[in-house]
Design a protein around this ligand. Structure first.
Ligand code: BES
Ligand code: ZN
Ligand code: ZN
Length: 481
């Protein structure tokens, strides 16, 4: 969707007017200029600006139709309310098969233009590759804003970040045999070439040579060989930030096979890696002045004669041994090698990993918030703030020593399963395991198992892959700049 910022409403097929209750009240009293048709529904009481309220009225002059969308009370009309309302207006345009729409928000919300752009793009997404009947989102969004110059920059950045989110959604929604580890590496190469990102791929032989046996142990049962993808985007100064993504293209659980009811959606287990790739593409497209390295640990966790058995002990890239107590705790094995490599090879300013690591995070936060674990308060605060701004929210959990102790092995240095079969504080013990592989590098771990995949659609987020983390990372890395 192209996004254009305009100062005044021009000729348009559909004008979305996002109004607060206070604004509606004012208009009702005759204060402020407004289209006649809209005034009628406000006067009649059919539209009062309540949250989620929506009403379509005929337009006039060059404006063919108008849709009024309620933002609720002014104090509640934040960027998220604007995102939702803009998504509703854009969906209406899509239903009507319109080629363009204009949206105007009447709030003093900071980042209003960003929110309108995000809502319209994210809210008209559909994973339709395998469907005959495809929806046609409008091709152009006109955002009406007074401050043209600032709004243009905002809209451009928001468009690229939102398109990045849609890319991540597409890639996560892609089936596991199509988006297998080899295909994911090829995709990264293609994206790198297109957007000016340096891409290096380590295949099975290279991984063996490097001693990445934790990662290899997860891939052992699959017909697809593993790939560790390295993306480098160096347009900034100083040490890089390294992003590491869990890329399990299908998590059957391995020999600790997942039961029915849990296995079906496990193509989503590549969410972390797909988010890292999409965020890197977005950063490159907006020409961000940052030094970022992305690592995608791509494997498929399957069963078969070669699959790693529970009880095996493996020595990874960091030189530490790990007992594979549960083959379903595979993400941390992949990340352990990738994190050890990231910190040793790049000496990053900070390393951030994103992973659909534990089912337990869903028990704690549901699908709404990702768990954050960190060894650096300042960076944790920065990510938290980026989360509040983008509404891709993270909430911090502690990394106390007791949790790390729970991961100590009996016959090995470490084990991949916490206490009570990994059920007690499962999200934290999973994170505490990862901490053993980052050395002294400031580290942020984001468990997106609940947020990367939604079982039902809400507002501007569809069912399936949500693309969670792309806007969060872009904001974290470029915010305030
Ligand atoms: N990929 C899963 C986590 C997951 C579960 C993501 C549900 C999304 C929805 C991960 O590899 C896993 O299986 N974790 C285990 C860890 C346990 C064995 C310590 C889990 O959460 O049960
Ligand atoms: Zn698993
Ligand atoms: Zn997994």
């Amino acid at each position: 969707m192209d996004v254009k910022v305009i100062e005044k409403v021009g000729k348009t097929e559909l004008l979305g007017m996002l109004l607060t209750e206070e604004k509606a009240k004012m208009l009702k009293k005759g204060k402020g200029r407004i289209y006649k048709g809209t005034l009628n529904v406000i006067k009649s009481g059919d539209f009062s600006g309540k949250e989620d309220q929506m009403i379509r009225v005929p337009g006039e002059d060059g404006v063919k139709r108008i849709i009024l969308v309620g933002l609720g009370k002014k104090k509640d009309a934040d960027a998220e309310a604007v995102r939702k309302a803009a998504a509703a207006a854009a969906s209406e345009a899509m239903e009507l098969k319109l080629k363009e729409l204009s949206v105007m928000a009447d709030t003093s919300v900071k980042g209003e233009v960003t929110a309108i752009t995000e809502g319209a793009i994210l809210g008209t997404y559909d994973f339709d590759k395998y469907k005959k009947k495809k929806k046609t989102p409008p091709r152009l969004l006109n955002v009406v804003s007074g401050d043209l110059k600032k709004a243009k920059e905002e809209a451009e950045k928001a468009r690229i970040a939102s398109e990045g989110t849609c890319m991540a959604r597409d890639w996560v929604n892609e089936t596991s045999d199509v988006m297998n580890p080899v295909a994911a590496a090829d995709l990264a190469k293609k994206m790198g070439k297109k957007h000016g990102i340096k891409v290096r791929v380590m295949d099975k032989k290279a991984l063996k040579k490097m001693g990445m046996n934790l990662m290899l142990s997860v891939a052992a049962g699959s017909k697809y060989p593993p790939r560790l993808v390295v993306l480098e985007y160096n347009k900034g100064k100083g040490r890089p930030v390294v992003l590491v993504g869990k890329g399990v293209t299908f998590d059957s659980g391995g020999l600790n096979l997942k039961p029915t009811g849990y296995i079906e959606m496990m193509k989503m287990d590549k969410g972390g890696a797909m988010t890292v790739l999409a965020a890197m593409v977005a950063l490159a497209r907006m020409k961000a002045k940052v030094n970022v390295v992305g690592l995608m640990g791509m494997v498929e966790n399957m069963i078969g004669p070669d699959a790693t058995k529970p009880g095996e002990i493996l020595k990874g890239y960091a030189g530490k041994t790990v007992e594979m107590c549960d083959t379903d705790a595979e993400g941390r094995m992949v990340l352990a090698d990738a994190l050890a490599y990231a910190t040793k090879r790049y000496k990053p300013r900070v390393v951030v990993d994103l992973a659909t690591l534990t089912g337990v995070v869903l028990i704690v936060f549901g699908e709404y918030v990702a768990a954050l674990m960190a060894t650096d308060d300042k960076e944790a605060e920065a990510l938290f703030k980026a989360g509040e701004k983008t509404f891709e929210r993270v909430w911090r959990l502690p990394v106390y020593k007791e949790y790390e102790d729970e991961m100590k092995g009996e016959v090995s240095d470490w084990k991949n399963l916490g206490y009570k079969e990994g059920r007690y504080a499962g999200t934290i013990t999973g994170g505490a395991f990862l901490k053993q592989f980052v050395g002294k590098t400031p580290w942020l771990h984001v468990d997106i198992a609940g947020t990367a995949w939604w079982e039902k659609p809400r507002n501007y987020i569809p069912k399936g892959g949500t693309g969670f983390g792309v806007r969060l990372l872009v904001e974290y890395l470029t915010g305030g700049k």
